[in-house]
Each structure stands twice: as C-alpha cells, then as structure tokens.
Design a protein around this ligand. Structure first.
Ligand SMILES: [Zn+2]
Length: 271
C-alpha cells in the first residue's frame, strides 16, 4: 500500500472558477470506471483541446505538483486502464486517481436529489451538491470497513470467502454497521464469520480503498476463545496459518497485503 501522505504533492481546492490556460492534469474516467492514460502510461498533463474527447462534466479539485487537477467522465474506451494497472505503473498518480474516482462517482450519481428528485446544484465553496428545493446536502460517500489480523500464538487466522474464492484465503474484513463503533464491528465480524472471540484489539492503520468507496480501518487482535465455525455459505473455510504457510497476495496495493507482510516479518526468524 502507499504510505506517503496524499497532501505531499496535492492541495485541495474546490471552486467553480479555475483557469486552464496552462497544462492541467486530466483524470478522465469512462463509464466502466477505468482511467485514461497516455501512450507512455501516465495521467495526461496538457491542454484540454489536446485530448480530443467530449466530456460529460469537468470538476476542478485543486493542484497536483503545482498544476490544476480536473476530473472528467467520457464514453470513450480507447487507452483506458483499471486503477490496479495504474497502481503498477505509478503509485503517486494512482493515489490521486483513487481520490478522483470517488469524486467522479459522487458527482455522477447525485445529479438529482435522492430526497425529492430535483436537479441538484454544486456548492461554491464546499465539495457538496445541494438540492435547491428541499435543501438536502449530498456529500461524497465513504463506507468504513474493518480488516483484522487475529493471532493465535504465532498462527494467523485466514478465511476463504465464497465471493472471491479464486484469491484463496484472506483476512477477516467487513463493513461497519450503522450504530456500532469500529471496535464493535471487528468483534462482530470475527464472531459472525468464524465463531470465535478475540481480545487485545489494537488499531494500526487506515487506507482509502476505492473499490467501490471504502475506508479500510486495520486492526491487530489476539485469539481469545472458541472453535472455528464457518457457515459454508459466505465463508467456505477458515484456518490458522503458520507464517511460512501464508500465501502472499499477488499485489501489494491493499492494506490487507501490508498487514500480512507485517505479520510474517514479526515472526520471521522466530519460533
Ligand atoms: Zn431535494
């Protein structure tokens, strides 16, 4: 995962008036949520007319490396790539694109008020769409989710999920439910999915995960009590893995791979 601060090279700004007299970074998405890259695999930094594309909208979100950043959407498909492909090419540009895609999704899906159906208008100062009729404010939506390593005396708990069983075994993760704390969510997810109790819960790190709009909150915990019991439906299997038995994820893009890597390092050369 990327550990650099997003604001190292990026300054947030959001206003209707911006000048694009100079070259600007264009984060162009298509309707498949893919991103346009130049032939040499970069985010285009140019004048709009050089792009020769029709855009559905154009949103200014501040400056990246002292150049204006614009987010757009188009129905073109040539030279578009997944965000995973961009991550492999350029971590910094991926980090910006991961923000840009969330703003693109929000803007595209809130053109009409969800409360009364009136066409929304964009706020002049805030990144917010407001309904001129009922006053409902629509902000970009982020869904908090937890992910946890459960340690049982040098063995790591991993489960095989029915929805991505191609990936083999992975850490326990799930969305935070309305009304619960993130700590409650960790205890509940582990109990629901695996049937065991955990203790010594410790928050470690977070990551914005735009697939589709999560904020991943990572924890470490220790096994407390109970036997592994899976439902065979959502969770097909769960096991305790010694560090040398853990399958390393193919990409290091996610906080999950960061957690697994740290777990293995902790026990390397150990017992
Ligand atoms: Zn409304």
């Amino acid at each position: 995962m990327i550990e650099e601060y997003i604001y190292e090279n990026y300054s947030i700004d959001f206003q209707e008036e911006y000048s694009t007299q100079n070259d600007a970074y264009y984060f162009i998405f298509n309707n498949n949520r893919e991103i346009y890259l130049t032939k040499d695999g970069k985010i285009p930094c140019c004048h709009e007319e050089d792009l020769k594309m029709d855009f559905d909208f154009k949103l200014y979100i501040g400056t990246f490396k002292n150049k204006e950043v614009l987010i757009t959407n188009t129905d073109c498909t040539d030279n578009f790539h997944t965000l995973f492909e961009l991550y492999d090419l350029n971590h910094e540009e991926y980090q910006m694109a991961a923000r840009a895609v969330l703003i693109r999704d929000w803007y595209k899906s809130h053109q009409y008020c969800g409360n009364c159906g009136t066409r929304t208008t964009i706020d002049k100062k805030d990144m917010m769409l407001i309904c001129p009729d009922c006053g409902q404010m629509h902000y970009p939506r982020i869904a908090p989710a937890i992910i946890v390593t459960v340690d049982n005396d040098g063995k790591l708990l991993m489960a095989k999920h029915s929805y991505h069983h191609k990936h083999g075994y992975s850490l326990i993760a799930g969305f935070v439910e309305p009304g619960e704390s993130i700590e409650d969510a960790v205890h509940r997810e582990v109990a629901e999915e695996i049937g065991i109790k955990i203790k010594n819960l410790k928050y470690v790190k977070s990551q914005s995960w735009p697939f589709p709009n999560s904020l991943m909150l990572a924890f470490n915990a220790d096994y407390d009590s109970g036997e592994i019991q899976v439902d065979g439906n959502e969770i097909l299997d769960a096991k305790w893995f010694k560090p040398e038995e853990i399958e390393i994820p193919p990409s290091d893009i996610s906080i999950s791979s960061w957690l697994i890597d740290n777990y293995i390092k902790k026990y390397q050369g150990g017992k």
